[in-house]
Each structure stands twice: as C-alpha cells, then as structure tokens.
Design a protein around this ligand. Structure first.
Ligand code: COA
Length: 260
C-alpha cells in the first residue's frame, strides 16, 4: 500500500504530495484523514512557513472524490465524508503558513476544491480544471461553491459550477482561478519554490503578519480589518528583524532574519 500522502521538508518549506497516482490521487476517506494529520503536524511547527501541495505523477493533481470508494458508501458515510472535508482540510486556509497548490495535472471536483482551499494556485500548462459535480447529481461539497464564488465572483462561479465544464489553464489564469501557469519545460516544484522563495526565506514575523492580515480581508469589515492590520504591524514594529532590516540597508548588505 502506498503512503497516501507524502511529506518532505526542505528548510522552512513542507512539500505535501498526494500519492495515489493509480487512482489519479483521488480523495479516499483514509487520504482525507491523513491530510488532516499532516495539517495538524505542520500547524504545530512554527518553523514551517510555506506548504506546497501537489500530486504524484504527471496526470493528476487530484481527480476529486474517490468514486470507486464512493460507490460502496452509504449515505451516512457520505455525510461523514463531507464533515471530514471540512474538519480535515480547513488547515490549508487557516494554518499560519502560506499554502500553494502546485497543480501537476487534472484538478477536478474535490481536487479543485482542495486547490481552492489553498492561498495560491500554480499549474502546469496542460492541466485542466473543473467542478463536474452537478453532472453527477450532486454539488461541490468540500467548500467549492463558497470558495469559488468568493474568488471569482458569482457569475463566473455559476458558470463553472452549473455547467460543470472543464477549462484549460489559459482560461483559468484569465478568470483568476490560477495565479500562475508554468512555461513549457520548467519543473513545477522548482518553479514554485523559486517564486515563493521570498516567503520561505523572509522575515518570519512580517511574513506571518502579512498572511494573516490579507486573509482577514475576506471576512472582516474594512474598519475592523484596518484595526487588525494595525495590531499586526505592531508585532513587526517591535521585532528585532525590523531593526536588522534597517541596519542591513545602512550597511549595504542582506539582512539576517532570526524570527525575533
Ligand atoms: N476516483 C477513483 N478512481 C479514479 C478517479 C476517481 N475520482 N478518477 C480516475 N480514477 C481511476 C480510473 O478509474 C482508472 O483506474 P482503472 O483503470 O483501475 O479503472 C485510473 O484512475 C485512470 O483513469 P482513466 O479514466 O483511465 O484516465 P484518463 O486519463 O482517461 O482520465 C480523468 C482521467 C481524471 C479525466 C478521468 O478518470 C475522470 O474524469 N475521472 C473522474 C473525475 C471526476 O468526475 N471527479 C469528480 C468527482 S465529484
């Protein structure tokens, strides 16, 4: 049996790989539970700043719910699964580390919902994305309807959710569903790490404050958001890393951040 989900640490980065290529990295009950465990482990490690979520192989990031397993599930088990999506995958949006979906192939149904739960999305040029659930007599049930509407606006969300159509990466990029598409010939993981190197190597207090401030804009009214930004700025202002950055500029050298 494969490990379902592999975790590799590279300094401040955790690379989390869905590892069921024979099932297009589909989300089985055990995979979702394992993702939850991984989330709890990473959330408890303050040294982790960036989590890259990707899929094994070059065909699929994740083909959504494991439809073979789903066939043998009772309605009650499906209800439990929907609750598990919510409890076990939420860390991708709430843990105090930046999460990025590195989409290496198809991202369909729950696979796209998983990517939507992450803060950012990058994909290889040949990937395709879609929420085909309505064609299966259901709707996205891992937060997809809510997250895609918040990300793209209601009309674009209705288009994708109600038609269930699959789109290519160029369309996904123009809609804002993807943040980046990889130029041909580049390695997905290495490009993702190069793109987000300033996060992985940056001043930890400022990085965390920036992440929390921007995420809060999704839910807080503006005045409260501005108060929160001010509170987070204070954490940076009183940090040794802020003093070090000013000194480094004066001394014309790179700053050495310590996270204090
Ligand atoms: N759950 C479980 N197994 C899946 C799966 C899923 N969601 N998607 C694909 N697989 C399995 C296939 O059954 C097949 O295994 P088998 O040969 O043992 O039967 C294997 O992965 C390869 O899939 P295949 O369809 O032969 O590959 P493909 O390259 O032609 O197509 C997909 C890949 C992902 C486009 C296609 O399999 C597909 O549309 N899957 C369903 C996706 C979906 O509707 N997800 C939303 C669920 S709500």
């Amino acid at each position: 049996m494969t490990e379902l989900v592999r975790v590799e640490r590279r300094g401040t980065v955790a690379i989390v790989t869905l590892d069921r290529p024979e099932r297009m990295n589909a989300l089985s009950w055990a995979t979702v539970q394992r993702l939850g465990e991984v989330g709890r482990e990473l959330s408890a490690e303050p040294s982790v700043r960036l989590c890259v979520l990707t899929g094994a192989g070059d065909k699929a990031f994740c083909a959504g719910a494991d439809l073979k397993e789903r066939q043998g599930m009772s309605r009650e088990q499906v209800r439990d699964m929907l609750s598990a999506y919510r409890s076990e995958l939420a860390w991708l949006a709430t843990a105090e580390l930046l999460t990025v979906a590195a989409i290496n192939g198809v991202a369909l149904g729950g696979g796209l919902e998983l990517a939507l739960t992450c803060d950012l999305r990058i994909a290889v040029a040949g990937a395709s994305l879609g929420l085909p659930e309505t064609s299966l007599g259901i709707i996205p049930g891992a937060g997809g309807t809510q997250r895609i509407a918040r990300l793209l606006g209601q009309a674009r969300a209705l288009d994708l959710v109600l038609t269930g159509r699959r789109i290519d990466t160029q369309e996904a990029l123009s809609l804002g569903l993807l943040d980046r598409v990889l130029p041909a010939g580049e390695d997905l993981l290495e490009s993702t790490l190069a793109w987000l190197k300033p996060v992985a190597d940056g001043a930890p207090i400022a990085q965390r404050a920036a992440l929390l401030a921007v995420r809060a804009a999704r839910t807080l009214p503006l005045e409260q958001g501005l108060d929160y930004e001010r509170e987070l700025y204070e954490r940076c202002l009183t940090s040794a890393d802020r003093d070090e950055a000013l000194l480094a500029i004066a001394e014309k050298r790179k700053p050495r951040f310590t996270g204090k």
